[in-house]
Design a protein around this ligand. Structure first.
Ligand SMILES: *Cc1c(COP(=O)(O)O)cnc(C)c1O
Length: 391
């Protein structure tokens, strides 16, 4: 037995089960049209909701920051890595979200890994939706708290579990705001009410609500007008914001505690000046105008309506995430491959990311798509759908 045998067998296993990821390569800036594996294609699967990934104002801000502050802080936040740009972004984010304070991290993933273990110690119980994101699952795994997984969007089940654990000193309810594979929303008003009745903390992961829901894209808490009633909003700066990074916005003492105890804040180096400056510019663009958010929703309504007209099942999404339900994984992969040949980049998503038999193409709409772009995509979907006998 060689020491790599187990890994080699696991790789073979992934290939045999059809779970081996074929990774496409991006050869240009990410925009509505993107060069992928050397071919210019219509990009229908980046999380670039507002076109910020290649936005002029963000790029200029990043370039200026490099000139002034260099390329990296070369330290963790708590030792020598906190630059004025980090503080400025955090102030701007808190004001934008309408929270008392905010702290930024290297990614949304890191924000969950920071927040959940810091808040939920041994004496805590965590209540987490069955379909929550992997970073929430991993954040929970890093705690010694008791974990209760409640059925997807099931507030009654949550209430029963909260009642059952009412003696726990700390109770933490966690949900995705927008569920990333289906595009459905958490029933946040009901969840918050249940949590309040049991004195539980609430963390909502707004990765796909940021820049999408609420006034000017302020997110799901704004959408449901729950300001002040959600203790922690986890956000990402790498989806609608188009850059990289994450944050927790919420109650002053929680944010203060995360600056003291959030492990990615203490033990992993700070994000770069270019990242922070671009994110500051993104918040400013959103504060000044909701034009891009409105364009995103116009595109979403148009595309979903036309897809339904073509006979496609686009699931239960309430957001620009548009799952085109196909069923078997092989069909979804064939579909994606044929779309690519037609000049449309839209990736298939299958088990284990979604349940078996629920494979799909997940289309991500963007404010950057023009009406002609969407018509181009619709034509390709129609053509490939006919060829493969879908609908
Ligand atoms: C993408 C995503 C994350 C991770 O954010 P990154 O900034 O990419 O690390 C966390 N939570 C949810 C729900 C997500 O969709």
């Amino acid at each position: 037995m060689g020491k790599y045998d187990v890994i080699n067998q696991a790789l073979e296993g992934l290939k045999e089960q059809g779970l081996y990821n074929i990774i496409r390569r991006i050869d240009s800036a990410v925009g509505p049209w993107t060069v992928v594996d050397g071919k210019r294609v219509l990009n229908m699967c980046s999380n670039n909701y507002l076109g910020f990934a290649n936005h002029e104002r963000l790029k200029r801000a990043a370039l200026r920051a490099v000139e002034e502050y260099g390329v990296g802080p070369a330290a963790v936040r708590s030792i020598a890595g906190t630059m004025s740009l980090h503080e400025e972004l955090e102030k701007k984010l808190a004001a934008f979200k309408g929270t008392e304070d905010a702290v930024s991290f290297q990614s949304g993933f890191c924000a969950n890994l920071a927040a959940i273990p810091a808040v939920a110690g041994k004496e805590a119980a965590i209540f987490t939706d069955q379909l929550n994101h992997a970073s929430i699952i991993d954040g929970c795994r890093l705690t010694k708290a008791e974990r209760v997984i409640f059925p997807h969007r099931d507030t009654e089940a949550l209430k029963a579990s909260l009642e059952e654990h009412k003696d726990k000193k700390v109770k933490l309810v966690i949900t995705d705001g927008v569920f990333s594979m289906d595009g459905d929303l958490a029933p946040l008003p009901e969840l918050v009410e249940a949590a309040e009745a049991h004195d539980a903390l609430v963390l909502v992961d707004d990765a796909h609500g940021e820049g999408v829901l609420g006034s000017h894209g302020r997110g799901i808490v704004d959408h449901f007008e729950l300001h002040g009633r959600v203790d922690m909003e986890v956000g990402t700066l790498s989806k609608a914001f188009g850059v990289v990074g994450g944050y927790v916005a919420g109650k002053r003492e929680i944010v203060e505690y995360l600056r003291q105890q959030g492990r990615p804040f203490l033990f992993s180096s700070a994000t770069t000046p270019a990242d922070m400056a671009a994110c500051i510019a993104a918040v400013e663009v959103l504060e000044q105008s909701d034009e891009l958010v409105r364009a995103l929703w116009d595109n979403t309504r148009y595309f979903k309506g036309e897809m339904a007209g073509l006979g496609f099942d686009t699931g239960a999404s309430e957001t620009p995430i548009t799952p085109v339900m196909l069923g078997e994984a092989q069909l979804a992969w064939d579909f994606s491959k044929r779309l690519f040949e037609q000049g449309v980049f839209a990736q298939a998503i299958a088990y284990p990311t979604v349940p078996r038999g629920r494979a799909r193409i997940r289309v991500m709409l963007s404010a950057g798509h023009s009406k002609q772009d969407l018509d181009y995509a619709l034509e390709a979907f129609g053509k490939v759908g006919r060829e493969l006998g879908v609908r």
